[in-house]
Write a protein of this length. Sequence first.
Length: 293
Amino acid sequence: MDRNQQKQEPLITMKDVSYAHKRGEAPFLRDINLTVSSGEWISIVGRNGSGKSTLVRLLNGLLPVSGGTITVDGIVLGADTLGQVRQRIGMIFANPDNQFVGLTVMDDVLFGLENLCLSREEIQERLDRYVVEMKVEGYLDRHPSQLSGGQKQRVAITSVLAMEPQIVIFDESTSMLDEKAKHELIGIIRDMQAAGRYTILSVTHDSDEMLASDRIIALADGTIVADAKPQDFFRSPDLLDLCRIEQPFLIQIGDRLHDRGLVPAGQYNEKELVEALWASASSTSTIPTTPKA
């Protein structure tokens, strides 16, 4: 196989994967078939207990598969390849406190780098580069408990990115954040994808996060029930009801503006909708004239 063919292969492949909590039990997840290409941002959704977090934890061996195969970057996941696969995957959890191990932010970033057995020069270079890139240089000497929820997540992401994984998994990472911190985190993920260095999987209930992603994988009853673009997913009442997800306001208002001929059909963003509303208001309003004396 030549290099061009290799580049076209999916970065992640799950083939006929199943998982049971205990040996001999009926599978909790079954018939999972999924491919993810390099650079994609995938949202994994479903109601509580549908198996979203279980699915992503199968990818790096945090949970063992009961059947089927998982391939990451051409490596079939198994006991003898677990270390190789884990080097390619970084994970950010809902509660960043669960990821902190040091007394300071710097200790936490250094912990992962030192475990990679890098040279001192490489460790220092990565530390300097990623703390600036993620804008946490002002936190380095602080204890993680002194940070806000959004700042903690930013530090947790810094620690993961410094290890330079190909795949980054966000497991309900916005669930404990306020609205401002949530939008900041979604912005970080957008920037990560734009950088072209990461493939991203988001386990989420947040419609804004889903709308920003490339694809939505929906789970129900232990299997994948949908693999769709966000715009298609959010226009399926049956899927939304099955996953207990509300249609984003951005799509609701966008569809109404489209029905009035103010915006084209397709993916809407806030800037486009504001400009459409402004143009509509400008074209229908009359400018008052000053009466002559």
